[in-house]
Design a protein around this ligand. Structure first.
Ligand SMILES: [Zn+2]
Length: 351
């Protein structure tokens, strides 16, 4: 079996098995999957709900009508999924959203250093938090920079920064002091259905956990810059707003008055990392979250043309290869370092 690159004509050998090995592998890997598909009866809400013909009778998918008071599109469109990532991409550039999220085009542009470092930190934390028996990171040994560099292909500088961020996480870890009976869900998919919009909402919190009966939704961000106070947290990070709405609508089956949404903002400087806590039980927080998501979601749901909007985001666009305005923009505006957002403003923070 070969993999052909349609863009560059490259050929990669994927597998070269003889008859005996093919039969053995089928028995080991494919047969159990066939058996599971033929006999499984469970439900697993997620991306597949978009195509599901039994959605009207499904009791496993939480209904969240009027999640942000969106207006149904006229004429009605086929069912769609919506995530915070979709909202961000569409707000930056409708064409980017259409090419990346609907047509699934990706020109395999290499990630920048910051993104690669963030991915390494996320992966390291996910591994730690998924370990059983569960335990907080406070008393675990700090990772070696060389181990991080080797595992995630980071340069020495990025590996140093990632190690410092992981060190900073140790005191902020939501699992510090959690008992054996608490629930810990790493990268757990949260799914909800908005019937009047025919939209499936998808979210994957970095970490969902309980603490003495409270549910905590933790999002972790890595950054070289301090938190910017020019906008509210919910406006800066719409995924927090979506988390507030999902808690508030009962999509997680928990009481919003006994839940927290948290942002862990990790930086490499000693003492610079922060933890922000948002209460989804407060009506004014829910109202702001609804406003944030409605402002982003309605233009996306109403869009039919997906016109490109060029800007700095073109430098990181995964679909720039197929976008003439994006290519022209990046040629005319070579990438400059991000301007510092340090304006002498830091939020009142607590760890
Ligand atoms: Zn931790």
């Amino acid at each position: 079996m070969f993999d052909f690159g349609c863009a560059d004509g490259s050929v990669t050998l994927l597998l070269d098995w003889g008859r005996t090995e093919a039969i053995e592998r089928f028995a080991a890997h494919a047969a159990p999957a066939f058996h599971q598909a033929a006999t499984g009866v469970g439900t697993q809400p997620g991306e597949s709900c978009v195509e599901c013909k039994a959605i009207s009778r499904c009791t496993a998918l939480p209904r969240t009508p009027q999640l942000w008071d969106g207006t149904p599109t006229v004429p009605a469109r086929r069912r769609r999924s919506l995530s915070a990532w979709d909202l961000r991409l569409h707000a930056e550039c409708p064409a980017q959203y259409h090419l990346v999220r609907q047509l699934h085009l990706n020109d395999l542009t290499e990630e920048n250093d910051g993104a690669r470092r963030g991915r390494a930190v996320d992966a390291w934390l996910n591994d730690r938090h998924a370990a059983r028996p569960q335990r907080g990171c406070r008393d675990l040994p700090s990772p070696e920079e060389s181990a991080i560099a080797a595992e995630f292909g980071l340069k020495a500088q990025q590996a140093t920064e990632a190690a410092r961020m992981l060190d900073a996480h140790k005191v902020l870890c939501p699992l510090n002091g959690t008992g054996a009976g608490e629930q810990v869900l790493v990268q757990h998919r949260v799914t909800a259905y908005i019937p009047e919009l025919d939209v499936v909402v998808l979210a994957v919190p970095d970490l969902l956990s309980t603490y003495r009966g409270r549910w905590v939704w933790r999002e972790t961000k890595t950054s070289s810059s301090p938190l910017w106070e020019g906008r509210s947290l919910l406006h800066s990070y719409p995924q927090l707003a979506l988390a507030v709405l999902l808690f508030s609508a009962g999509a997680l089956g928990s009481d919003p008055n006994r839940s927290w949404v948290e942002l862990e903002h990790l930086r490499e400087g000693r003492g610079d990392s922060r933890l922000e806590r948002i209460d989804p039980g407060r009506p004014e927080i829910v109202a702001e979250a609804r406003e944030v998501i409605a402002e982003l979601a309605q233009p996306l749901l109403d869009d039919t043309t997906y016109e490109p909007t060029t800007g700095r985001h073109c430098h990181g666009c995964q679909a720039r290869t197929w976008c003439a305005p994006g290519r022209a923009y990046t040629a005319d505006h070579p990438r400059h370092p991000e301007p510092s957002r340090q304006a002498g403003i830091t939020r009142s923070l607590h760890a």
